[in-house]
Ligand binder design. Structure first.
Ligand code: FES
Ligand code: FES
Length: 156
């Protein structure tokens, strides 16, 4: 077991976890933040995407020792004072959600993209979500939603 200290959605945490635990397990099984989903468990689907020190990562590929001293944002950290993040609103408005399983991962990839590049082109959006798989939507409405979120950010 190892002790790790990190920041999750703005709050400092200390946990004792197995050294082989993944960040995905820490989020879901130790912190009960189940908005982050497990799809493949091996870095192929993006369902487990979170923001890790400002960049999107697959949390199933990050091990507990790497979490120590880091700052993590999950889908639960986007809402502020009961208000959804503009990306979440845009996904609803664009009708980009079907079963919803992949959506937290897409939203976290979109968040990381828009933090780095607030006005991406459609091609840049496609590249930004290239690590995320959706079995339902065909991607068009997800890309539309991220474009809409960028417009909302611009008009804010
Ligand atoms: S569960 Fe992590 S990439 Fe699929
Ligand atoms: S909405 Fe069902 S997998 Fe994407």
């Amino acid at each position: 077991m190892i002790t790790i200290n990190f920041k999750i959605n703005g709050t400092g945490k200390e946990l004792i976890v197995p050294g082989t635990a993944t960040l995905l397990e820490i989020l879901r099984e130790h912190l009960y933040l189940t908005g982050t989903k497990e799809g493949c468990g091996k870095g192929e689907c993006g369902a487990c995407t979170v923001i890790f020190n400002g960049k999107s990562v697959n949390s199933c590929l990050v091990l507990a020792p790497q979490v120590d001293g880091c700052e993590i944002i999950t889908i639960e950290g986007l809402e502020k004072d009961g208000e959804l993040d503009q990306i979440q609103e845009a996904f609803i408005e664009a009708g980009a959600v079907q079963c919803g399983f992949c959506i937290p991962g897409f939203i976290m990839s979109a968040k990381a993209l828009l933090m780095e590049n607030p006005q991406p082109t459609r091609e840049e959006i496609k590249k930004g979500i290239s690590g995320n798989l959706c079995r339902c939507t065909g991607y068009k409405k997800i890309i539309d939603a991220i474009q809409l979120a960028a417009e909302k950010l611009r008009d804010k």
